[in-house]
Design a protein around this ligand. Structure first.
Ligand code: PLP
Length: 405
């Protein structure tokens, strides 16, 4: 029994979620959970912290014959949860998913070239492309009647062709699977179709699978589903880099640790060199221990969390849909709700989703995320993080409802 209902004060802990909002505001924005970590994780870190040496650590993964604790825990997680066989030799430690995506952009595209994004998508996808002076090849996705984004290969082909006509070569795609902010869990056929397109187009695909452990038993259309890692489609290995980590699943965002799954020796060599060049090839004494601990001991915690989040999402969507002007969708996965607020924007005389969200924070005292930060395709939508004690989540949505009138 874990205590996901418990309200714990996170203010003044240097928390992005809490410490940038005014007192009294309920934060339902950044994808960070208001649940205390797995107790065994806290114990392991405290125990390690009590030993008064934090000197350089070995990278056990590089010493032949040693038990590769961190890598072995990741390998075993994939095997036991997803029946996916990954060799420890195919894994690399990374400095965080977004940092890893930035490195991939630099390794697999040149300045001025294009990087394909299916939008709306997690804002740092745009940033790692633009800040590295590459061009975003933006292919907007359309939602179906359940609000689920559709992976339309014809639209992607058209987007790539348009970029080509403008003289932009696109050697790389960043793929978000499961999808943030839309909550889509891509099916095997969709992932295969995307990788197939990448093969035809000679593109490398970086699949960001950090939300992979939040996939519910049924998708929003009522069909049974499970998480499919792109790494399970082995015939595409020569163009695939998976980036993932335990930090979304177990709420370790502040520890900056991630991993790569790269089956292809050539791609792995490139990333390994890049990681060494930037001295980012291993985590620190706490982060790797954290990952090893949660992957080895966290299953009961995660199982209970899934049930809790499933109920949070159900209640939140139901309540949101009683607010005139909001159409909220049940996600296939993640703990994020994507909602159409175009009518509410209009009804409240707000300029757009960004202004609506600003007003909600100031006037209703609840902070959610404007859809337009995920690209133009997200305009008129909002994203709501449900990973809070239920009473707090419900109070946040009630405030939206009361404000919207
Ligand atoms: C799709 C996606 N990738 C990456 C991250 C962040 O990962 P990291 O903290 O490892 O950079 C997030 C966090 O919300 C995310 O949604």
């Amino acid at each position: 029994m874990y205590h996901f209902d418990e309200l714990i004060n996170r203010r003044n802990t240097n928390s992005l979620k809490w410490d940038v909002v005014e007192d009294g505001v309920i934060p339902l924005w950044v994808a960070d959970m208001d649940f205390p970590v797995l107790p065994e994780l806290q114990e392991a870190l405290v125990k390690r912290a009590e030993h008064p040496f934090y000197g350089y650590k070995t990278n056990l993964g590089l010493i032949p014959g040693k038990t590769e604790g961190f890598y072995e825990a990741i390998r075993s997680w994939y095997k036991t949860r997803y029946d996916l066989t990954v060799e420890t030799g195919h894994l690399l430690s990374g400095p965080g998913t977004v940092l890893s995506l930035g490195m991939i952009v630099r390794e697999f595209s040149r300045e001025g070239e294009g990087v394909l994004l299916l939008t709306p998508v997690y804002t740092p996808f745009f940033e790692v492309v633009k800040e590295n002076r590459r061009k975003v090849v933006d292919v907007p996705m359309e939602p179906d009647e359940h609000g689920r984004f559709v992976l339309d290969t014809a639209a992607i082909e058209a987007g790539l062709a348009k970029a080509e006509e403008a003289g932009i070569k696109t050697p790389l795609a960043l793929f978000c699977s499961p999808h943030n902010p839309g909550g889509r869990v891509w099916e095997r056929e969709e992932i295969a179709a995307f990788l197939d397109l990448a093969r035809r187009r000679n593109m490398i695909v970086a699949s960001d699978e950090i939300h992979g452990d939040f996939v519910y038993a049924k998708n929003a259309a009522g069909k049974p589903q499970s998480f499919v890692s792109a790494a399970s489609l082995e015939s595409y290995a020569e163009r695939l880099i998976v980036v993932s980590g335990a930090n979304k699943t177990f709420n370790l965002g502040g520890l900056h640790i991630s991993h790569f799954v790269i089956r292809d020796a050539g791609l792995r060599r490139i990333m390994k060199t890049a990681l060494h060049r930037e001295a980012s090839h291993q985590g620190d004494v706490f982060s790797e221990l954290a990952v090893e601990t949660v992957y080895r001991q966290g299953v009961p915690w995660l199982t209970e969390l899934h049930t809790y989040l499933g109920e949070n999402i159900r209640e939140a969507v139901q309540l949101l849909n009683t607010v005139p002007g909001i159409n909220a969708f049940v996600p296939d996965g993640t703990y994020l709700i994507w909602a159409d607020v175009r009518r509410l924007v209009e009804k409240t005389g707000s300029k757009n989703d960004a202004e609506l969200v600003r007003r909600l924070e100031k006037e209703a005292k609840v902070k959610i995320t404007a859809g337009s930060i995920y690209g133009d395709a997200g305009a008129g939508y909002v994203r709501i993080n449900t990973a809070s004690p239920r009473s707090q989540l419900v109070e946040g949505i009630r405030r939206i409802k009361a404000w919207a009138g």
